[in-house]
Design a protein around this ligand. Structure first.
Ligand SMILES: [Zn+2]
Ligand SMILES: [Zn+2]
Length: 344
C-alpha cells in the first residue's frame, strides 16, 4: 500500500518556512512542486472533505462521492446487456467464454466502485486555525471555494466541493471523481468494460455466423435438415461441426427458428440488436480506454490534453505509468501534527 514518502531537505525547509509565515524566497528555483510541499499537508478533519462523506467499512476508510448512487444505473444497464448476451449466445458458449466476459465485467464494476469510494487525490481544505502552506504566493491559483492556494495541475471539483490534485474530470456516469489517486481505477474500469465489449461482440458474431451457416438454402425446407447432423459433407467426407453446434440449446433454437421459413427469425433479430448495443459500448468505452491509456502513459489529464499539453511526455512511459499506478498517499489521512514530526 501507500507509504509515506521521505522528505527531501529542500522540501522540509520550504514547508517550515511557509508554515512559519515567512513565505518563499521569491526565486523561480523556489517554486514548489507538488512533490515538494503540497503532498506533506495532512488534514483528517471533516473540514477537509468538502461534500465527500467519510465512511469506515470493514476497517477500510472510504471517501464516498456525493453522487455515488448513480453508479447503479450504468451497472444495471451493463448487467442487463450481459444477460441478453448470455441468453442469446448460450448454445455456443464454453466455460472459458463465461469466465472471460464475467471476469471483465465484474472487474469493471469493482474498479468503478473504487472510483466512487476512494480518495481521488483531494487537496484538503484548511482546518480551523490551519495556515495555507504557500501563504499568499500569487504564483499559485487561489481557490475561492476552498479559500486556499492550490498546487499546480489542481482544479476544483464543484460536485465534490474540494480541490483535486491532477483533476481529470468528475464522472457523472459512475458518480466518482477522477484525479491523481483514482485515474488508475478509472482507466482500469474503461479497459475492462472495453475488453468486455469486444468479447461480447465476438459472442454475437460467432452466434450469428453459426446460425447463418445452419440456415436452409432458399428452396430447401428446414425440416429436411436433420437436427442431429454432425456437419456438412465435403467431398463425401464428414466434417465435424464445432462442438457447440451439437449442444441441445443450439439445435432447439435452430429448429424453433427454421421450422417455418415464413416467420421472422426472432433469435437472429435479437442477436443483431444485442450486437448493435455491444458495438455502441465498444465504440464509446473502448475509445475512452484507448484515450486514457495514452493519457496515463503521458501523465496528462484530460483538461491538459484539451489545451494541447502532454505534461509528462519527457518523463518516459515507465515513470508516468508508475506515477499513475502508485500515487502518493491520501492527504486526508494522518494529521498536520504527524507531518510536522516527519519534517524534523
Ligand atoms: Zn477548491
Ligand atoms: Zn468530483
Amino acid at each position: 500500500m501507500d507509504a509515506v514518502v521521505p522528505l527531501r531537505p529542500a522540501a522540509a525547509t520550504a514547508v517550515t518556512a511557509a508554515a512559519a509565515g515567512e513565505g518563499l524566497n521569491g526565486t523561480e528555483d523556489a517554486l514548489l512542486s507538488t512533490d515538494d510541499v503540497f503532498l506533506r499537508r495532512r488534514n483528517n478533519t471533516l473540514a477537509a472533505l468538502g461534500k465527500l462523506k467519510r465512511s469506515v467499512v470493514c476497517g477500510k476508510v472510504l471517501y464516498l462521492s456525493p453522487d455515488r448512487c448513480v453508479i447503479f444505473a450504468p451497472a444495471g444497464i451493463t448487467a442487463f446487456l450481459l444477460c441478453c448476451n448470455t441468453v442469446i449466445a448460450w448454445p455456443i458458449l464454453s466455460f472459458f467464454d463465461f469466465f472471460l466476459l464475467y471476469s471483465l465485467v465484474i472487474g469493471g464494476f469493482v474498479f468503478a466502485a473504487l472510483v466512487s469510494c476512494t480518495d481521488p487525490g483531494v487537496y484538503p481544505r484548511l482546518g480551523p486555525g490551519d495556515i495555507d502552506p504557500v501563504g499568499d504566493d500569487k504564483r499559485y491559483i487561489f481557490c475561492r471555494v476552498c479559500h486556499l492556494r492550490r498546487p499546480p495541475r489542481t482544479s476544483h471539483c464543484y460536485t465534490c466541493g474540494v480541490c483535486v490534485l491532477e483533476h481529470d474530470h468528475h464522472c457523472g456516469i459512475i458518480g466518482g471523481c477522477v484525479g491523481l489517486r483514482s485515474l488508475r481505477w478509472f482507466t482500469l474500469f474503461v479497459v475492462c468494460i472495453g475488453l468486455g465489449a469486444i468479447v461480447a461482440c465476438s459472442w454475437m458474431i460467432r452466434f450469428l455466423s453459426a446460425m447463418i451457416s445452419q440456415m436452409p438454402v432458399h428452396n430447401r425446407s428446414a425440416t429436411t435438415i436433420p437436427l442431429n447432423m454432425t456437419g456438412p459433407m465435403e467431398g463425401g467426407a464428414p466434417v465435424d461441426m464445432p462442438f457447440m453446434m451439437n449442444k441441445p440449446g443450439f439445435r432447439q433454437a435452430r429448429a424453433r427458428n427454421t421450422s417455418n421459413t415464413d416467420e421472422p427469425n426472432l433469435v437472429g433479430i435479437g442477436a443483431c440488436m444485442v450486437f448493435f448495443l455491444d458495438l455502441i459500448v465498444l465504440l464509446l468505452v473502448g475509445g475512452m480506454a484507448v484515450m486514457y491509456i495514452f493519457l496515463m502513459l503521458t501523465s496528462t489529464t484530460r483538461r491538459e490534453s484539451k489545451k494541447g499539453m502532454l505534461y509528462g511526455k519527457k518523463n518516459g512511459v515507465c515513470n508516468n505509468l508508475t506515477h499513475s499506478m502508485f500515487p502518493p498517499p491520501s492527504l486526508l489521512e494522518g494529521s498536520a501534527t504527524d507531518d510536522m514530526v516527519n519534517l524534523v
